[in-house]
Design a protein around this ligand. Structure first.
Ligand code: NDP
Length: 448
């Protein structure tokens, strides 16, 4: 494990003590702190004002019971979370995750990452995250609706367009946002469109929001290559996951000339030598809600491999788009051996710290999720703008705005990496440029 400078180490030890057992949160804090030594040297006012100590403590953490009735007539109890992490730059903003692995440490790590990501977009949004240990897999439509309604029956008192604006994440897509929004509307008797983002196009949603995280990740990767006189054209791309982020990353990578040779789910992976048929993949996953094995069964050029790792597939570009810590050091070494030249994180913290060190050490271009996947939340902020002005933009205009935002993030990261002595290192660039913006705002707003 890398070491921290002594000032940062002492704060990190307090984080470990005060947040016992929350490994993912510790990891997210450590990864940011690793980049900050030159920043705290240049800005002594951050230490004088305890900026880091304040940033490591969420403004508010809500944990609640979610009781609901399943199709067998039995009562089930889940746990709901909302961590309202930081509102110095705007209302708390970040998705809701429904997955059995969800616990407070995971929501806190996601909320912490979200503050930096949202700052990088240059838009006025703070950071938050929420969710539940509810497992939507195999549930009926009625059960999903009952769960969402019960979840919102508690959550509604904590959120609002000027307070906290949730969106989707793993296990929460357009269907769930619909049920959550419906219940919020019913309880409050207000059509408060921008209390949630990721809404359907017919009732306040933004064009390109569904596609934005995946598209944005590919725009960012493309920008990294362009800065080096290269492009995605002709590159073999491997994507992990086959959910919202993965599908639209695959779609945009192929539009820009890449061939997406593999994708996965938690059961296994698919190799498709002809390049993924994204229309078929969308039908299997979004319409029929089936596993990727069903995609392979309907596609002659594809093979399904149960278990195993998608990172065994030969590729030039790897886009981890599934979940945290899904790309470990061994997988990174295999990717390097197989010739990978660029890894861009569509998911949040999918590469472990040792995997990142291996990739950077081998000269692989690496984009951290807080920069590369920021297109999703940025387009959520565009959805809030459209809701506030009672307007609806075209796909072309919205996608062009997304492209401009991703180029801006790339420029900010590259500039900060230069300024803080690590040219070409997007991890340092993303952490330092966002941290400076947040730290200055924390000082400007006083001790609150
Ligand atoms: P989805 O629920 O749509 O898809 C998740 C995909 O990842 C599924 O294919 C799922 O497979 C796979 N997956 C989940 N957990 C695991 C696991 N433990 N091992 C292997 N595969 C797994 O989620 P999203 O696409 O929305 O989110 C993916 C990632 O992107 C997350 O890290 C999320 O935080 C991040 N993200 C999402 C944004 C968004 O706008 N949606 C914005 C920014 C980041 P299976 O079906 O088998 O579980």
């Amino acid at each position: 494990m890398a070491t921290l400078d002594p000032h940062l180490q002492s704060i990190y030890e307090v984080v470990l003590r005060r947040n016992h057992g929350e490994q993912e949160f510790h990891q997210a804090v450590f990864e940011v702190f690793e980049s900050l030594a030159p920043v705290v040297r240049k800005h002594p006012e951050y230490a004088d004002n305890q900026v880091l100590e304040r940033l490591c403590e969420p403004e508010r953490q809500v944990i609640f019971r979610v009781p609901w009735v399943n199709d067998a007539g039995e009562v089930e109890i889940n746990r709901g979370f909302r961590v309202e992490y930081s509102s110095v730059l705007g209302p708390f903003k970040g998705g809701l995750r429904f997955h059995p692995s969800v616990n407070l440490g995971i929501i806190k790590f996601l909320g912490f990452e979200q503050i930096f990501k949202n700052a990088l977009t240059g838009l006025p949004i703070g950071g938050g995250k929420g969710g539940s240990d509810f497992d939507p897999k195999g549930r009926s439509e009625r059960e999903i609706m009952a769960f969402c309604q019960s979840f919102m029956t508690e959550l509604y008192r904590h959120i609002g367009e000027y307070t906290d604006v949730p969106a989707g994440d793993i296990g929460v897509g357009g269907r769930e946002i619909g049920y959550l929004f419906g219940q919020y509307k019913r309880i409050t008797n207000r059509y408060e469109s921008s209390v949630l983002t990721g809404k359907g196009l017919g009732w306040g949603g933004s064009r390109v929001r569904k596609e934005a995280t995946g598209y944005g990740t590919v725009f960012f990767a493309d920008e990294m290559l362009r800065a080096r006189g290269d492009s995605l054209d002709g590159k073999r791309v491997a994507v992990s996951g086959s959910g919202n982020v993965a599908i639209y990353a695959a779609e945009k990578a192929q539009e820009l000339g890449g061939t997406v040779v593999a994708c996965s789910d938690s059961g296994g992976f698919v190799i498709d030598s002809a390049g993924l048929d994204v229309t078929l993949l969308k039908h299997v996953k979004e319409v029929r809600r089936e596993r990727i094995s069903a995609y392979a069964a309907q596609r002659g050029s594809a093979t399904y491999v149960a278990g195993g790792s998608v990172w065994d597939v030969d590729c030039d570009v790897a886009l981890p788009c599934a979940t945290q810590n899904e790309l470990g050091e061994d997988a990174a070494i295999r990717l390097i051996k197989n010739g990978v030249t660029l890894v861009a994180e569509g998911a949040n913290m999918p590469a472990t710290p040792s995997a990142i060190r291996a990739l950077l050490g081998a000269g692989v271009l690496f984009a951290p999720g807080k920069a590369a996947n920021a297109g999703g939340v940025a387009t959520s902020a565009l959805e809030m703008q459209q809701n506030a002005s009672r307007d609806s933009w075209t796909s072309e205009y919205t996608e062009a705005r997304l492209g401009t935002i991703m180029r801006g993030i790339h420029e900010r990261c590259a500039g900060a990496a230069d300024e803080f002595g690590s040219p070409g290192n997007y991890v340092v660039g993303a952490n330092t440029s966002s941290f400076v913006q947040i730290a200055d705002a924390i000082i400007a707003l006083g001790v609150i």
